[in-house]
Design a protein. Structure first.
Ligand code: CO
Length: 249
């Protein structure tokens, strides 16, 4: 599949989609509290998406059943919202959502603390978020894909955490997942040359312990091999002549 570079007009369309997504994620974040179920978060998200005139990007994608992925603690990504899964004080919950507006997709994720969390969990969340911004900073025309991955990986590993290899970021635009794949690891000055007009979903998944993950019997939920916690932050980012522009903030 070829990489599609976007015009300024198309980037504006992704931005409009991303603005709606931001409001959805803000509503979900505000709903996070001890005792709330992940299905409550799902309902808050779906209501907001419809209210704002967009459509969910995940529901029905490869038969995924929900508009959100909600991944708690050792769950890395693709946790499926459930009525019986209640948030508890001290948890961290990664919330991932995508929307489509007038044919243009946006994709973003964040990890939210539930009440008071441990210092270790807070550090993991902070480092993961900061690693996303390291990756975004490297997303510049003339640089390479490996510069993004290396920026994320070096930062994460300097704190003794690890980056997940089995899941990666991706191009985004008129589809949720477009080429290229955007790994959160790599070698500087290696890989595909980045160009103006590329729009990338950069999404570090960071584990407190070992990088390995496995997928549960529900065929979706990815968990850490060692049961230690994981965090996830994602933005959809355009590479422009003026540098990286975040379309989902
Ligand atoms: Co994504």
């Amino acid at each position: 599949m070829a990489i599609v570079c976007k015009s300024a007009g198309e980037i504006e369309k992704i931005r409009r989609s991303g603005r709606i997504l931001r409001q959805v994620l803000d509503a979900v974040t505000a709903a996070v509290a001890p005792g709330v179920s992940t299905m409550d978060l799902e309902r808050a998200a779906e209501k907001k998406i419809r209210e704002l005139g967009a459509k969910p990007a995940f529901k029905g994608y490869y038969d995924y059943p929900c508009v959100l992925c909600t991944s708690i603690n050792q769950e890395v990504v693709h946790g499926i919202p459930s009525e019986s899964r209640k948030l508890a004080e001290g948890d961290i919950v990664s919330v991932d959502c995508g929307v489509v507006l007038e044919g243009y997709y946006s994709d973003s994720a964040l990890t939210v603390p539930v009440g008071r969390i441990s210092e270790e969990a807070q550090k993991l969340v902070d480092v993961t978020q900061a690693s996303l911004y390291k990756g975004i900073e490297a997303a510049r025309a003339g640089k390479r894909l490996g510069d993004i991955g290396a920026a994320v990986q070096e930062y994460v590993e300097s704190f003794g955490f690890s980056v997940v290899r089995e899941f990666v970021g991706h191009g985004i635009g008129t589809k949720l997942h477009e080429d290229p794949q955007v790994p959160n690891y790599g070698t500087r000055d290696h890989g595909l040359k980045l160009r103006e007009g590329m729009v990338l979903a950069i999404e570090p998944m960071v584990n407190a312990g070992v990088p390995g993950v496995r997928v549960l019997d529900d065929k979706w939920t990815a968990v850490t091999e060692d049961g230690r916690p994981s965090a996830h932050f994602e933005h959809s980012v355009a590479i422009t002549k003026d540098g990286p522009v975040i379309l989902t903030d």
